[in-house]
Design a protein around this ligand. Structure first.
Ligand code: NDP
Ligand code: GDR
Length: 358
């Protein structure tokens, strides 16, 4: 129930991540009190929410951070008990697909069992009828192409420990909804990016490199599979869809996507164009290279270390259900998204020496 002033209380896990930052902004704008779970780390990890961070010594702060981890059920139960949230957004995850091949057990612990721990915290505390639950499900669950475009009824075939862990979470959310009548929804989100995107995901890696090369701070960019296709949208618009799902009378599962797919190669060409280069490709397979058409300098090379043991070749989402039932639609197209990311990276490299050399 909203508090005496009619303000709803939300709990966001993964508050320090890309989506956590945009969602926190959105919920604060809407008048929520926002509690976030952040991990302990040896250096500051709150950079993405610094601009909205509120000193806990202030009177009645509306953003409150708690130390926590999805691998610790005692911690999660205590936080949920303290916060008594109207809405929980479970965004925390080891979210890097390639890293999940290196850390499969940890990925399963955080991304699969972590979701179960949170759902159980709700049950143990008797909050099934009060607390609505959003699960950050993913298009990676579709994996090996079964149907194009992918929609809510498309069969799943995950291709990584990350995708498999997220599939467990998807189904445990469906099961708890059916078994205990919980208002628990899955957002099956296709890739969404922004200037806040983690630096090792391909779009941001590309836009940062294009900016660094333009500023003569880097010579070259090394990438893996250039032919993978992704349905890339803007993160700010996708967190609005998450919120919309929890405002429905009935919990349900929804795809959020743009309905447009683009190769990694095309994204590289656009980003380099926005940084002042024109790429020309030569060679094949691992020997393929991208040269600047003006200077002839090699700017892009393939490094097989970025190939994945099993790849997801094609993601293209059909967001019709979200449009019809939620009234959600994407606004920013991928071309514009690339432009915004390059512009922000060019700017931050001028002003932030750490961004320039990281
Ligand atoms: P990020 O990687 O940017 O953020 C992940 C967040 O989870 C960070 O706050 C991170 O903390 C936190 N985290 C990681 N492990 C744990 C843990 N064990 N306990 C508590 N917190 C943890 O991801 P995004 O914001 O891009 O994505 C949000 C969610 O949506 C993720 O679950 C992701 O898998 C999913 N998703 C993302 C899509 C995308 O395209 N962005 C598409 C579909 C789904 P720290 O900052 O300390 O690392
Ligand atoms: P993805 O995103 O695996 O789709 O998962 P990522 O940006 O890592 O990869 C997209 C595609 O680009 C190819 N690629 C490279 N990827 C990375 N990271 N680095 C490279 O150098 C590189 N070269 C080519 C990849 O092989 C892949 O095909 C993201 C994450 O946010 C997940 O958490 C989320 O669930 C899904 O999107 C939807």
């Amino acid at each position: 129930m909203p508090d005496a002033q009619g303000r709803k209380v939300a709990l966001i896990t993964g508050v320090t991540g890309q989506d956590g930052a945009y969602l926190t902004e959105l919920l604060l704008e809407k008048g929520y009190i926002v509690h976030g779970v952040k991990r302990r780390s040896s250096s500051f990890n709150t950079g993405r929410i610094e601009h909205i961070y509120q000193d806990p010594h202030e009177e009645n702060p509306r953003l409150i951070l708690h130390y926590g981890d999805l691998t610790d059920s005692t911690n999660l139960i205590r936080i949920v008990q303290q916060v008594q949230p109207d809405e929980i957004y479970n965004l925390a995850a080891q979210s890097h697909v390639q890293v999940s091949f290196e850390t499969p057990e940890y990925t399963a612990n955080a991304d699969a069992v972590g979701t179960l721990r949170l759902l159980e915290a709700i049950r143990i505390l008797g909050l099934e009828k009060k607390t609505r639950f959003y699960q950050a499900s993913t298009s990676e669950m579709y994996g090996l192409v079964q149907e194009v475009p992918q929609k809510e009824t498309t069969p799943f075939y995950p291709r990584s420990p990350y995708g498999v862990a997220k599939l467990y979470s998807y189904w445990i959310v469906v099961n708890y909804r059916e078994a205990y009548g919980m208002h628990a929804s899955n957002g099956i989100l296709f890739n969404h990016e922004s200037p806040l995107r983690g630096e090792t995901f391909v779009t941001r890696k590309i836009t940062r490199a294009a900016a660094a090369i333009a500023h003569k701070r880097q010579d070259k960019l090394f990438l893996g599979n250039l032919d993978a296709k992704r349905d890339w949208g803007h993160a700010r618009e996708y967190v609005r869809g998450m919120w919309m799902m929890l405002q429905q009378d009935q919990a349900d599962d929804y795809v959020l996507a743009t309905g447009e797919t683009t190769t990694v190669r095309q994204f590289v060409e656009w980003a380099f164009e926005d940084a002042g280069f024109k790429l020309r490709w030569e060679g094949e397979g691992v020997d393929e290279k991208g040269y600047d058409a003006k200077t002839g300098k090699c700017l892009v090379e393939i490094d097989p270390r970025y190939f994945r043991p099993t790849e997801v070749d094609l993601l293209l989402g059909d967001p019709t259900k979200a449009k019809t039932k939620l009234g959600w639609e994407h606004e920013t197209g991928v071309r514009e998204l690339a432009r915004e990311m390059v512009r922000e990276d060019l700017k931050s490299m001028l002003t932030d020496p750490i961004a320039a050399y990281a």
